[in-house]
Design a protein around this ligand. Structure first.
Ligand SMILES: [Zn+2]
Length: 360
């Protein structure tokens, strides 16, 4: 800070109450909780029914959980003025919708903090609930509603999508309910190298029907713009894509190509081990640590871990498919943009590379 400009300490701006249309008028600090007394800034004296000016009648208080400051749950005690119309005798409360939606117990600032905590900082719902000073179920319901409002109901989230990826994910690690969800990813930014892939949707279950139903629910104009669908080797996803998106090219995404090729290479390694030594890998055997080496050190030359002389093997003597497999491994792992999610360069893996190991 070369030219710092300090302002007078101000609880309203520090707690970002100005963004909620509130002003802080008092504070009550306990070791485990802070309470800030606030008033709604904007007057709201005009009768919504007849338009006459109402007279202030009394105030009611509303408690709102706000974002915590310094690991201390912060509660807003909002004094809301009530008016009464002298003309039509109607009563109403000051509009506090900028601070929180009606009948909720968490401020908009608190909701944003909770949603950001879950989505960006990967906090648990318990931690978010403790931060807000509310129950687990209240925090969970609020985060789900806010996430739906800001992320799922966003009308622009399907715009500009030309490449999608689909995969299954183990969602529930218990015996209760459906274990899997089908995850649909927008791979367009990764393909065009404009940014990371982003989550489009998650649907309960994993089957052809689930993906087909999701695709059928999209507008026709949107479906026509899809050029590539990346997926794992599950035939159901492929058939669903072929039926709903006949013009799109189905491809296997790099993550699954690398994994399947890696698994096949491992089978090959074990077989060669048995063929050459007659027993499973022991320390000192040339192929003993090939698995770890091909995963961590396969370079763009691809030859180093498979150096025949170092391994004491003659790879020419192995089956043609095994060598093709090694070529696939090198080819796929060296493509730019293969990241930890494996979705980096979906669309660029040709069917030939996949076929090379499939046909062995
Ligand atoms: Zn009135």
């Amino acid at each position: 800070m070369l030219h710092p400009t300090f302002a007078t300490p101000d609880l309203t701006t520090f707690c970002r109450l100005d963004e909620l249309g509130l002003v802080a008028v008092g504070q009550l600090l306990d070791p485990g909780r802070a309470t800030i007394e606030c008033r709604v800034v904007d007057d709201d004296p005009w009768c919504r029914k007849c338009g006459a000016e109402g007279a202030p009648r009394d105030t009611v208080t509303r408690r709102l959980a706000h974002e915590p400051f310094g690991h201390r749950p912060t509660t807003l005690l909002v004094r809301v003025r009530r008016y009464r119309c002298a003309h039509c005798r109607r009563t109403w409360r000051q509009d506090a919708s900028k601070a929180a939606t009606p009948r909720t117990k968490i401020s908009r600032g608190g909701l944003e903090w909770a949603l950001r905590g879950i989505v960006v900082d990967h906090l648990t719902v318990s931690r978010v609930a403790a931060g807000l000073g509310v129950s687990w179920s209240a925090a969970n319901a609020a985060v789900l509603a806010e996430g739906k409002r800001r992320l799922i109901d966003d009308p622009t989230r399907f715009d500009g999508v030309t490449t999608i990826g689909v995969d299954e994910h183990v969602w529930r690690h218990t015996r209760l309910g459906d274990k899997y969800v089908t995850v649909i990813i927008d791979l367009t930014p990764a393909r065009e190298k404009t940014g990371p892939a982003r989550l489009l949707d998650m649907v309960e279950g994993r089957s052809k029907a689930v993906f087909k139903q999701w695709l059928a629910g999209r507008p026709k104009e949107w479906s026509k713009r899809i050029e590539v669908v990346a997926m794992d080797g599950f035939a159901g996803f492929k058939t669903a894509a072929a039926e709903e998106l006949p013009d799109a090219v189905p491809v296997m995404d790099p993550f699954h190509v690398v994994r399947l090729a890696g698994d096949a290479l491992d089978v090959c390694r074990r077989r060669v081990q048995q063929d050459t030594t007659g027993h499973r890998g022991l320390k000192g055997d040339p192929l003993y640590d090939l698995l770890s080496r091909h995963r961590s050190r396969l370079t763009h030359r691809g030859a180093e871990p498979l150096d025949q002389h170092a391994l004491g093997l003659d790879l020419r003597a192995t089956r043609v498919g095994d060598v093709a497999l090694c070529v696939v491994m090198e080819d796929v792992t060296n493509r730019e943009g293969v990241d930890s999610t494996g979705y980096g360069c979906a669309g660029s893996v040709g069917a030939g590379a996949v076929g090379a190991w499939c046909c062995r």
